[in-house]
Design a protein around this ligand. Structure first.
Ligand code: BG6
Length: 511
């Protein structure tokens, strides 16, 4: 197989020289993801050499302290360890400004600092503001950025200001609209980059390449040939130290509203006429708009929620039940698992169920999209009910063993015609020697290039909430005191098996 680089989704990034300002610069995301991602980009020679990164936060770190923080994060979390000479060059581009989010004077000083850095490094006034801070602080920060004259006009033909925000964008439609309005007060939609890190994953982008870069799949990719689709995002870890956040979120908000619906959109969207960001995002939005609403009594039939009880991790160590976790209410009804049956009411997908599931403390960390095709129309082989033909399944493995597998029927060697399923398998690791870049690497580069293809547009975020909100409404109207439980380390509750049917042709895959 050729080892030519994968064709990327969206325009090939051509990042511009810029200054990246990270609010929450000494926080968890910066240390684990952002700074290591920038270092990797620089190691790979794709980060513009004309760049400065200014971390800001309340801590009094100073430039040296910030560089040390970045080094520790890179040592621990980067796919490439800091290499001596290269690190020295990279860290010379890192700066720190300490200040309070509420203090207008701090933004005036920040502006001065940015201008100094730009002058010294010969950088144009292209600024990217990364808000790695709680959404409740967005409004203050954005208002102050504007008041300090740090936001340039979207129409400026030469220089740019861009803003990056992370999920959660609200906790329901109404609050998402408030966040989006806040952003819109200072920034044009073209300047706003809402990150869903799943879209930065190589294999999620590869869904489009698989579908639209090959001739054989697309003619079959519809209700005529597909029986159903399963999307699984399983996590092996429990809630860990994030109970404070998770208690308010739960699996539906944390994973389905954003990541899983995005993967669903990539799987189900119509072919866009080009890779222009708006064309791609318009077609994804059309999927969200075609989702059959699940509300009222339908919620009980179409959605299963559950909580992990005590059990064992994949390594065999005992783990507590969710309600025994530190920071979790002893009578919490926050779901750590969701499974649902979703229909896309359009020409292509009429009548094809999409089964989606996600949960914490499942047997392993694995994400995949499995497309199960219909049976052949007439049975010639394996008429014996014990050995019926197995339908073809195309599995797109998103993580961790990235690749795809196609299950097809083949004849067993021997004088009789006996047919068994075999796997055609492709692993990224085997075919492409290079390790895949981390999602944040791709996404940061795209913001520097001004390519918003892989970012969430306002209308898509709001359309996702419009689909999700009625499920919460039905849950709170039902007023559950206890949720079904599944053993930590197991594949989820029995109710989820009932949802999919639990028949020979429709049952959850065990990836
Ligand atoms: C985050 C969720 O968005 O995604 C976490 O808040 C979850 O709860 C994580 O663990 C999963 O991301 P990944 O890339 O590890 O699959």
């Amino acid at each position: 197989m050729s080892t030519e680089p994968l064709q990327s989704v969206g325009a090939d990034p051509a990042p511009s020289p810029c200054t990246l300002v990270i609010f929450g610069g000494s926080g968890d995301l910066a240390g684990r993801k952002l700074l290591p991602a920038l270092y990797n980009l620089s190691m790979d020679g794709v980060l513009p050499s004309e760049i400065a990164v200014i971390g800001t936060g309340r801590k009094e770190l100073g430039d040296e302290g910030f560089r040390q923080f970045a080094r520790e994060g890179t040592e621990k979390f980067s796919r490439q360890a800091p290499e001596r000479t290269h690190w020295a060059e990279f860290e010379s581009k890192l700066f720190y400004h300490s200040g309070s989010l509420d203090d207008p004077e701090s933004y005036v000083q920040l502006r001065r600092r940015i201008e100094e850095v730009e002058l010294e490094a010969g950088l144009p006034p292209n600024r990217i503001f990364y808000l790695s801070i709680p959404p409740s602080r967005f409004a203050t920060c954005i208002e102050q950025l504007r008041a300090a004259g740090l936001v340039s006009d979207a129409e400026d033909p030469v220089n740019f200001s861009r803003i990056i925000v992370e999920k959660p964008i609200g906790h329901d439609l109404q609050s998402a609209e408030v966040v989006n309005e806040t952003l819109a007060q200072a920034f044009d939609e073209r300047q706003i980059f809402r990150i869903d890190h799943y879209l930065g994953k190589e294999t999620v982008q590869n869904i489009l390449v698989m579908r639209f870069g090959n001739t054989i799949l697309e003619p079959l990719w519809n209700q005529k040939y597909i029986d159903h689709v399963q999307i699984t995002v399983a996590e092996a870890e429990g809630v860990g130290t994030r109970a404070g956040y998770y208690e308010e979120a739960g699996a539906l908000r944390d994973m389905v509203q954003n990541h899983i619906l995005q993967v669903l959109c990539m799987t189900a969207m119509e072919p866009p006429w080009s890779l222009d960001p708006e064309a791609v995002r318009d077609h994804k939005l059309a999927v969200l708009k075609s989702l059959r609403p699940i509300r009222g009594e339908d919620v009980g039939r179409e959605v299963v929620r559950a909580q992990y009880g005590a059990g064992f991790s994949s390594e065999g160590t005992a783990v507590p039940g969710y309600r025994q976790e530190v920071g979790v209410a002893h009578d919490s009804t926050t779901e750590t698992y969701v499974a649902m049956r979703v229909y896309i009411d359009n020409w292509r997908w009429a009548g094809v169920p999409f089964y989606i599931r996600t949960g914490k403390n499942l047997p392993k960390r694995t994400s995949e999209v499995a497309v199960q095709f219909k049976h052949v129309p007439h049975t010639l082989f394996n008429r014996d009910p014990e050995h019926l033909l197995t339908p073809n399944v195309l599995t797109l493995r998103l993580q961790p063993e990235e690749g795809f597998a196609f299950g097809i029927s083949a004849k067993l060697p021997g004088p009789k015609v006996k047919v068994r399923p075999v796997q055609m398998d492709f692993g990224y690791g085997d075919s492409f020697q290079e390790p895949s870049p981390e999602a944040y690497e791709r996404l940061l580069l795209d913001v520097m290039a001004g390519d918003s293809t892989l970012f969430m547009r306002r209308d898509a975020v709001e359309a996702s909430w419009r689909f999700i909100d009625p499920i919460f409404e039905a849950w709170s109207a039902g007023g559950a005191r206890w949720l079904p439980e599944y053993d930590a380390g197991g594949w989820g509750p029995i109710e989820a098996d009932r949802l999919i049917g639990g028949t020979r042709d429709r049952s959850w895959r065990q990836p």
